[in-house]
Ligand binder design. Structure first.
Ligand code: N7H
Length: 474
């Protein structure tokens, strides 16, 4: 059984949040003072057990409120997790080889291979990131809560322990990014409008698998389970890939409006909606296009027993994009049974990730909607967990989303993931394009502008709570 008191709560359960702050820091010169203070920070860390109990409490109060016909009250919750980058571990004197090249090199060095845009400065590639992420970051604290007030309260307590702002501060803020869930009925929807966070794998021995969800061994997410090559202190930790992803929402909406699918007597508006759904692989409600190919089905989208129960095999034929384009974001990042015949039943499992993260930035303003142009920054603070970065996030971005022929052995080249796909540096074709957006003209390709712009990120290691206390802290 998994040690749920030892594994940080964001990994297997997710911290409860209406708002979540990512506080990126460097460790100051007095590393030993930091490590001593860290022992006072450890009690703040939300374990998996605590995250589960927070969820149960809030669910129960919602149920009671609904039964009594009142609005559910805001239950105070304060989640806290902490993770370190390779430079952070090194500063603390933790120098054992953790056995992950991606983590050791860091995301800045990986940015060109990920396909991020940038320029060459003195013979070196520099991504178009905001300055904060071009410098070494030693760690990140993730603070979540039901209101900004409760997040700020936890942050103030932790900052006081670490003397932030004082002359003897042991950490320094690099950047603080505030995420907020979207308001009203857009809650749980990302900024393009699609319900998100529906599909994460079930971890064997921990989650109960829902139909079509797919299971993974704990070792796909946690270190020290299937692997023998990692240092003992790495057990029950996980790599956290963070990406600061800006989304160009009015531009995305304009593209859909200008390119409605003209099939089956759909109105232009319906044709635009269908195009959006085929780019993602789900309708805005969450209903998968593989099950609902022509019109949204909000009940299906909302039903966790049905909204993952598909495999791109309908009707037992993986060679058509009639229902779902091969390059749809969903199919690129979890091809489900697409690889079954080619690579076997377990071929996708090592590449599954657990996605967390939260939206940032305001709603689209009337002016932006009118101009069809983004004026204010908004997007996704993307976070995912995995035990091997080169099988998880890095693999999904480079070998699947950015890779035109993936999924392989299809009658048409799938093309690039329309949502997150970027042009691989080695790709001679410098246009983002995909086939199969039109189910009746599957050979036709569509050129796609860029709507998701990476502006920073880093790879972190989210250690177990006992490792934080006994190995990292003094
Ligand atoms: Fe994606 N989107 O709104 O279009 N994603 N994603 N993602 N994503 C998913 O099934 C989105 C990003 C995955 O199991 C949904 O839970 C946006 C990165 C994976 O079938 C929607 C951004 C990576 C899945 C979006 C973004 C992934 C997934 C459907 C950036 C990894 C599960 C909801 C701004 C490299 C696939 C759901 C499965 C689903 C969107 C980023 C991966 C709506 C806007 C960087 C594995």
């Amino acid at each position: 059984p998994l040690d749920l008191d030892n594994i940080q709560g964001d990994i297997l359960v997710g911290l409860l949040k209406n708002t979540e702050t990512y506080y990126f820091f460097t460790i100051g010169d007095d590393v030993n003072a930091f490590r001593r203070q860290l022992s006072l920070v450890v009690p703040f860390v939300t374990s998996t057990t605590a995250a589960m109990s927070d969820r149960a409490t809030v669910a129960q109060s919602k149920k009671e409120a609904l039964a009594q016909g009142r609005k559910p009250p805001l239950i105070p919750v304060a989640g806290f997790n902490i993770a370190f980058s390779q430079p952070g571990l090194k500063k603390m004197g933790i120098v054992d080889d953790i056995g992950d090249d991606g983590f050791k090199k860091g995301q800045f060095a990986d940015s060109q291979d990920l396909g991020d845009k940038g320029s060459t400065v003195n013979g070196k590639f520099v991504p178009d990131w905001i300055p904060a992420f071009k410098h070494a970051i030693d760690g990140v604290m993730i603070l979540s809560g039901e209101t900004q007030l409760s997040v700020d309260k936890t942050l103030a307590q932790v900052k006081a322990i670490l003397r932030v702002g004082a002359h003897n501060a042991t950490i320094h803020e690099v950047i603080k990014i505030v995420g907020v869930v979207r308001p009203g009925d857009q809650r749980a929807h990302e900024h393009f409008g699609f319900l998100d966070g529906i599909s994460n794998p079930a971890v064997r021995g921990f989650d109960t698998e829902k139909p079509g969800q797919g299971q993974v061994d704990p070792g796909v997410i946690l270190l020290g389970h299937d692997d023998t090559s990692r240092p003992a202190w790495a057990k029950d930790g996980s790599f956290l890939a963070f990406r600061y992803l800006f989304q160009l929402v009015p531009e995305f909406n304009l593209f859909l409006k200008q390119n409605p699918l003209r099939i089956n007597n759909l109105t232009d508006e319906q044709g635009s909606e269908l195009l959006g759904a085929r780019l993602v692989g789900r309708w805005k409600s969450g209903a998968p296009v593989d099950l609902a190919p022509l019109a949204d089905d909000p009940e299906l989208g909302a039903d966790p027993m049905r909204n993952n129960n598909f495999s791109y095999s309908f009707p037992n034929d993986f060679s058509t994009q009639t229902r779902c384009p091969f390059a749809a974001h969903l199919r690129k990042t979890n091809p489900r049974n697409d690889l079954f015949q080619i690579a076997g039943p377990k071929s996708v499992e090592p590449h599954r990730i657990i996605r967390r993260g939260i939206q940032f930035g305001p709603e689209v303003t009337p002016l932006e909607a009118h101009d069809n142009r983004t004026h204010l920054g908004r997007g996704l603070l993307f976070v995912c967990y995995q035990s091997v970065l080169s099988a998880g996030f890095q693999f999904l971005q480079k070998s699947w989303s950015n890779n035109r022929p993936f999924p392989p052995q299809k009658p048409q080249e799938p093309g690039i993931d329309p949502i997150i796909g970027q042009i691989n540096p080695s790709d001679p074709n410098k246009v983002r394009s995909m086939s199969g957006t039109n189910p009746n003209l599957q050979d036709a390709t569509l050129d796609l502008p860029t709507w998701v712009v990476p502006r920073g990120g880093e790879y972190f290691f989210s250690p177990s709570i006992s490792t934080l206390r006994d190995t990292f802290a003094l």
